[in-house]
Design a protein around this ligand. Structure first.
Ligand code: FES
Ligand code: FES
Length: 209
């Protein structure tokens, strides 16, 4: 059965490729019998119609980010991460896996740690978004201070996501056990392996908060 299906698929594919090649040849032949001006018109019309068919549907969104209201015009399934980085120039939030597996892109949406790489901008509505740039004015949030004190960062790539996760967690659980810290932080990956220092810094921030 699988073999039969594979044959059908192969034959179908060959047929489609032959028809596509035939279409291309027909378009080329029609074009080559025209004068130079008509050829130019023919090709610009051909490519413009292709472009207009693939033009995405854009929409306007009003977003509250770090206490400021922003207007952006993007496709409604654009991930929040791309809006933050490419449209609002808030590049402290990092792209890594893009599939909700590492936590590098973590921001707060209404106080909850959220993976912005898989959050469509259309789902934000009136929610308040906070990025690492808006966590504190002077970089002096208790979690940031604890991070410095413990000297957590190595390459630093994952760190804004780690800090945002830790800050949201401590807002919800101000006196966590070490086990609760590990559970809260286990969705944020650090390829430099700074996990023991992350745990120490979150525990320190909980004491000083
Ligand atoms: S980049 Fe969003 S979870 Fe990895
Ligand atoms: S400090 Fe390098 S990935 Fe975490």
């Amino acid at each position: 059965m699988t073999f039969f299906r594979a044959n059908i698929n192969l034959n179908t594919r060959l047929k489609i490729e032959r028809e596509f090649a035939f279409d291309q040849k027909r378009i080329y032949n029609s074009a080559s019998s025209l004068s130079i001006h008509k050829k130019l018109w023919f090709f610009s019309f051909f490519f413009c119609s292709l472009k207009s068919k693939t033009k995405p549907d854009m929409a306007n969104f009003t977003l509250k980010v770090n206490g400021t209201t922003h207007q952006v015009e993007v496709e409604d399934d654009t991930p929040l991460l791309w809006v933050l980085r490419d449209h609002l120039n808030l590049v402290g939030t990092k792209f890594s896996c893009g599939i909700a597996q590492c936590g590098a892109c973590t921001v707060h949406v209404n106080g909850n740690a959220t993976f912005s790489c898989v959050t469509p901008v259309s789902s934000i509505g009136n929610s308040e978004v906070i990025t690492i740039e808006g966590l504190s004015k002077e970089g002096d949030h208790p979690v940031q201070k604890a991070w410095e004190e413990v000297d957590v960062a190595q390459c630093g790539y994952c760190q804004s996501g780690q800090i945002m996760t830790a800050a949201a967690f401590l807002d919800q659980n101000p006196s966590p056990s070490l086990e609760e810290i590990d559970n809260a932080m286990n969705r944020n990956i650090c390829r430099c392996g700074t996990y023991h220092k992350i745990r120490e810094a979150v525990a320190l921030a909980a004491k000083t908060k």
